[in-house]
Design a protein around this ligand. Structure first.
Ligand SMILES: Nc1ccn([C@@H]2O[C@H](COP(=O)(O)OP(=O)(O)OP(=O)(O)O)[C@@H](O)[C@H]2O)c(=O)n1
Ligand SMILES: O=P(O)(O)OC[C@@H](O)[C@@H](O)[C@@H](O)CO
Length: 443
C-alpha cells in the first residue's frame, strides 16, 4: 500500500479523515475539475489572487509581523502562497507588503521558489492594501499581472486553504459577482451600551463569521474600491460589504472547513505549527537494507507504526524514487558500523528533486547492533562522523537523527526494545527538532 501524504494544506482531509484525492488535497486531474464533478465547472477563465500581507501583527505581540513568523524555518506567508501556487488554474499571486518588508518578501519568494508571486506595497489599513493589490492588475504593460476575470482575496495569515473551497469560491464569484467563505459563530454576539453594559444579544443561529477566501469579478471589486469612502478605507474590514454597497452585488456565501481561521494571536501560531507537524508526520518510508535481521526489524516497526501510512523498501536506489517522493519521513535501517552511503543516496535524491525545499525531511538512521560488544565502545570517530554528516545535510533542510538498538534473542526484551525504538522514532518525526540532529540515541 503506497503512502498517501497529507501535505500541509490538506487539513480538511486531516480533520475529516478523508483520504486526500492527491497529496495536498488538490484534485487529481483536470477531469476532477470538469463539469461532471458535482457543483464544479472547469476553470476556463483567468483567476488571480491578492494576498494582503501589509499588517504589523500587533495582537501577535512579536517583533516581526506575524506573516513573517516562521514555522519549521519557513515564514507563515510561504505556506499560504504555496496553497495557491500549487493549483494549475491559479495565475498571478499578488502579495501586498509594507514597503519596509519588500526586500524580505523578495528573499522569501526566491528561497522558496514562489514562481507566481508579484510583490507590491500596501497601505495603512487592510482595505488600502487590498486596493493597492488590485491596482497591480491595471498596469497592462506588466505581463506579470494580466487582468483576471476573477480575483481571489485571501489574508496572507490564513495558510490552510483547500482547492475544493477555492474552486467553489471562484465559480460562485464568476456566476454571482462575489462570494465569500463563512463559518459558524463560536461565541454569541452582543451589543453594549456606552456605559459598558449589555444592550442586547444577537440570535447566534442567524449570523455567521465572515472568513477568507473571498472571490470577485475583478471589475466588480475594483469598481467598489474606486467608489468607496475614506471611512471605508480607514475603518472597514469587509470586502463583501463594499461589493454590495457600491456595486449592488450580493455575495454568495459558502461554508468552509474549520481550518480557515486567521492567525492573529500567539496561540494561533502554536496551533498552526502543531497541525503542520502532525500532518507531515502521517506517513513514513522504511528502508530495510539487505540483512535478514534488518528486514525483520522493518516489518515489526511497520506493524508498530500503525498510526502512520508506511512502506518498506529494500534500498533508496533510483528505482524506488516513487516512494521517496511520497513522504518526508524516512527510517533507514543498517547494522552498526555500516557506512553512510544509504543516507547520502537519499540526501542526493532530495537535492535533485528539491524535495526538502518547502518542508524539512526527516531521516532516522537506526543502527542494529548484532555484536555482543556494548554500544558504549562505539568508536568516538564514528560518533563525530555522524555529527558532521548531520550538520552537513541540515543545510539542505534534512534532519538526520540516529538510534542504536541492541539485538537480543530474548523475545520479551526484544519486543520492549522495538517498542521503545518506535516511540523515539515517532517523537523525532513529529517534533522535527533540529537540536537533536546528529545525536546517536540508544534504545
Ligand atoms: N495595513 C494592513 C493591515 C493588515 N493587512 C493584512 O490583512 C490580513 C488580516 O489582517 P490582520 O489579521 O488584522 O493583520 P494585522 O493588521 O497585521 O494584525 P493586527 O491587527 O493584530 O495588527 C493580514 O494578512 C495583514 O497582513 C494588510 O495587508 N495591510
Ligand atoms: O479585521 P482583521 O484585520 O483582524 O481581519 C480581517 C478580517 O476581518 C477579514 O479577514 C474577514 O473577516 C473577512 O472579511
Amino acid at each position: 500500500m503506497h503512502i498517501q501524504v497529507l501535505d500541509i494544506s490538506c487539513f480538511t482531509c486531516y480533520f475529516t479523515g478523508k483520504k486526500p484525492l492527491d497529496p495536498g488535497c488538490v484534485l487529481a486531474c483536470d477531469a476532477e475539475r470538469s463539469a461532471d464533478r458535482p457543483g464544479c465547472a472547469p476553470v476556463d477563465f483567468p483567476v488571480a489572487v491578492v494576498l494582503p500581507a501589509g499588517g504589523s501583527g500587533e495582537r501577535m505581540g512579536l517583533p516581526a509581523p506575524k506573516q513573517f513568523c516562521t514555522i519549521l524555518n519557513r515564514p507563515l506567508i510561504s505556506y499560504t502562497i504555496q496553497a495557491f501556487e500549487r493549483l494549475p488554474w491559479i495565475g498571478t499571486v499578488v502579495v501586498v507588503v509594507a514597503k519596509e518588508n519588500h526586500d524580505l518578501m523578495l528573499n522569501i519568494v526566491q528561497k522558496f521558489n514562489h514562481t507566481k508571486v508579484n510583490v507590491v506595497h500596501g497601505g495603512t489599513t487592510r482595505h488600502r492594501s487590498i486596493f493597492s493589490g488590485l491596482q497591480a492588475f491595471c498596469n497592462t504593460s506588466n505581463s506579470l499581472t494580466p487582468k483576471p476575470k476573477v480575483v481571489i482575496i485571501h489574508d496572507a495569515v490564513r495558510p490552510f486553504v483547500e482547492e475544493d473551497l477555492l474552486l467553489k469560491i471562484t465559480l460562485a464569484a464568476k456566476e454571482q459577482g462575489a462570494s465569500g467563505a463563512i463559518r459558524p459563530l463560536v461565541s454569541t454576539v452582543i451589543a453594549t451600551t456606552s456605559e459598558g453594559y449589555l444592550d442586547h444579544s444577537l440570535e447566534r443561529a442567524k449570523y455567521r463569521a465572515s472568513e477568507m477566501p473571498q472571490g470577485f469579478l475583478y471589475d466588480v471589486i475594483f469598481q467598489a474600491y474606486q467608489r468607496c469612502s475614506e471611512l471605508d478605507f480607514e475603518f472597514g474590514s469587509e470586502c463583501l460589504h463594499l461589493a454590495l454597497q457600491y456595486c449592488g452585488v450580493n455575495a454568495k456565501l459558502i461554508e468552509g472547513p474549520p481550518t480557515l481561521w486567521k492567525v492573529t494571536y500567539k496561540r494561533d501560531l502554536a496551533a498552526a505549527e502543531a497541525i503542520i507537524k502532525e500532518t507531515l508526520s502521517m506517513s513514513a518510508c522504511i528502508i530495510a537494507g539487505a540483512e535478514a535481521e534488518a528486514t525483520e526489524l522493518a516489518k515489526t516497526l511497520q506493524k508498530n507504526l500503525n498510526m502512520m501510512e508506511t512502506d518498506v523498501i529494500p534500498c533508496a536506489k533510483e528505482s524506488n524514487a516513487g516512494y521517496l517522493s511520497k513522504t518526508r519521513n524516512f527510517i533507514h535501517l543498517s547494522m552498526t558500523g555500516s557506512n553512510s552511503l544509504g543516507v547520502l543516496e537519499m540526501v542526493k535524491h532530495f537535492e535533485d528533486t528539491d524535495h526538502a525545499r518547502l518542508y524539512p525531511v526527516v531521516i532516522v538512521w537506526v543502527q542494529l547492533n548484532m555484536t555482543k560488544q556494548s554500544v558504549d565502545s562505539q568508536k568516538t570517530d564514528e560518533l563525530t562522523a555522524f555529527r558532521i554528516l548531520a550538520s552537513e545535510v541540515i543545510q539542505g533542510n534534512v534532519l538526520l537523527y540516529g538510534i542504536q538498538i541492541e539485538h537480543t534473542k530474548v523475545p520479551e526484551q526484544w519486543e520492549r526494545s522495538v517498542e521503545r525504538l518506535t516511540q523515539i522514532t515517532v517523537a523525532l518525526i513529529r517534533d522535527r527538532n533540529a537540536a537533536l540532529t546528529g545525536q546517536l540515541l540508544r534504545v
